[in-house]
Write a protein of this length. Sequence first.
Length: 696
Amino acid sequence: MLKFRAGLFVLSFALAAAPVLAQAPATPHPMTIDDAFRVQNVGSPRVSPDGKWIVYTVSSTDLKADKRTTDLWMVGWDGKQDMQLTFGYDGSTSSPEFSPDGRSISFLSGRKGTAKGTQVWVLDRRGGEARQLTDVKKGDLENYAWSPDSKELLLTIHTGGTVSANDFNDPGKHKLIPPIVMTRYHFKQDVEGYLTADDHTYLYLYDIATGKMEKLTAGKQYNESDGVWSPDGKEIAFVSNHTAEPDRNINTDIFVVAAKHGAEPRQLTHYTGADAGPLSWSPDGKLIAFLRGGHVKYWQYQENHLGVIAADGSSPARILTSKFDRPVHSPQFSSDGKSIMVLVTDDRNRYPASVDVATGAVHRLVATEGVSWAHAEKAGHEALLWTTDTEPGEVYALSQGHLRELTHHNAKLLSELELSKSENISALSKDGTRIDGLLTLPVNKSEAKPYPLLVFIHGGPQGQDAHEFNTIPQLFAARGWAVLNVNYRGSNGRGLAFQRAIWANWGVLEVQDVQACVHKVIQEGIADPNRMGVGGWSYGGIMTDFMIASTNEFKAASSGAGTGDPLALYGVDEYGNQYNFELGEPWKDLNTYIKIGYPFFHADRIHTPTLFMGGTSDFNVPVVAGEQMYLALQTLHVPSALIVYPQQFHGFTDPTYIRDRYQYWFNWYDKWVLGKDVKLSYLPWAKKDKDKDKKK
């Protein structure tokens, strides 16, 4: 249902021109909250047309300014040169691309220019200042793609209509906010806000020489996305839903249209579920690779399979990985057109693979444990974004199954930290099903066993905990805790049957699965059964509510952006389709909602001190769900607290609030699990309030 996990937060640095005096290396120390915000997030690698360079992004956090900034960097394929291209004071950047002629590097930025909002900017590869390329005045520019001749751009523009929840939270933004008129079935979306009839995403052609912009497809109000140019630049493939009522289903298909204003698109696929992007053309322009989802009934519990279809529509789609029981992502044709590069989600890992176009055979390209979140290939050179338990993501070159690290943005920080590697753990659930997870032990192994245990439950449910850098287990391991992450049924990476096992039956198997792993670490003498806490965010918050309503084993809990009663969120969150597809209509299937609302309707069984959290602008799991559970526990005199963060979406964006959330977690578990004499209130906030009073 809710695909978010509590964020992992990760200042760019350039090599100094002047020499510095050598300093003795600092003694490594366990990670602190401040260290977590020193981690730099590397992302969006793109390979130059000649394969010699890779442009990518680096995000850094400034806690004092309470903001995050993203800059562009470029590294050579040999790893010998790594240079910063943009600087934070100019505004954050995203979506870097090389122009097909190799002369320019483009990116999206909201920096100050001739037009407001996000625009496409370009840098000359030979040097100089960035210049604004587009001048989009109406709507939000979300994405773009270069034409093969580097003369045009394909723009994805989100036209007007949305009203963000933050518009209501900022009384100074508008003197008078006009009423919002909605007639659509799907009328709200996290971050975007309320959706009106005029709110859609369209594709536009932008002539770079003249600055002329024209809508690609004519007329009708359909959302269009994932647009990609054919190799000869004559056509564009894209994804859209052209059914009579697109809001009421997930029936997206693949279309092709001539690259000229007002052209009539041709529908290539006619599958009743989701045919989706990213899309990729074969080098000869004959095939288009895409992703096919599962049956509409199971739309939140599906595995994407790799498909190809003839671009001229002369033959039906072939689903290459239909017998490969793992989800695939991010397809990209190889330079020779014989294979398609993908990322595969497997048990506690996400690896790059190549799929043979002729046979559908899947070949794993990296055997080591870890997670790849992005890949790119040009001229036979494959670049990956790769992360492990103890290493934040960096750009790597992939060659013949070997990874070669190209960037080192976190090397200095890692040399100062003592981190804990996560171990694989498995246990048999109540019905004999094998359940896998990760166990992160305290950094200081000299501490006497058994350890206090934090069970932190991932969101989704169709996500998983994997061998990637995660600040939450590292921060708690630094404080002497063992941290258990369980990939309960509903998680991906273990096959479709494993994922669909909880369909319309939330909270039963997941609780049994989590408990099986908890009891195993207790039996092995690792976890102290008298010092255990549980928590999670999103679906992890939902599962936290189920855990505390099902067992009193835990001394404390933290339920973030969760719900104990989905009926209370019907029409309040963004999941109208899922409720109707999976749980049914409440007036027809009330018993299903009451069954899945077990934590709320059996709140009198809860005795665990629980901290509820949420953001006022969250349309994914609105904070009302946490408020409801909070009032129930307050009514029952169960120790509880509710923390509401202003203007935060489902995924928090303000670093100060993210830091604050960490501290509240520490204080809550220290108080109720470890029995420490700590105040719930976070002292820096109290200090700020006192400073304000003094000024008055």
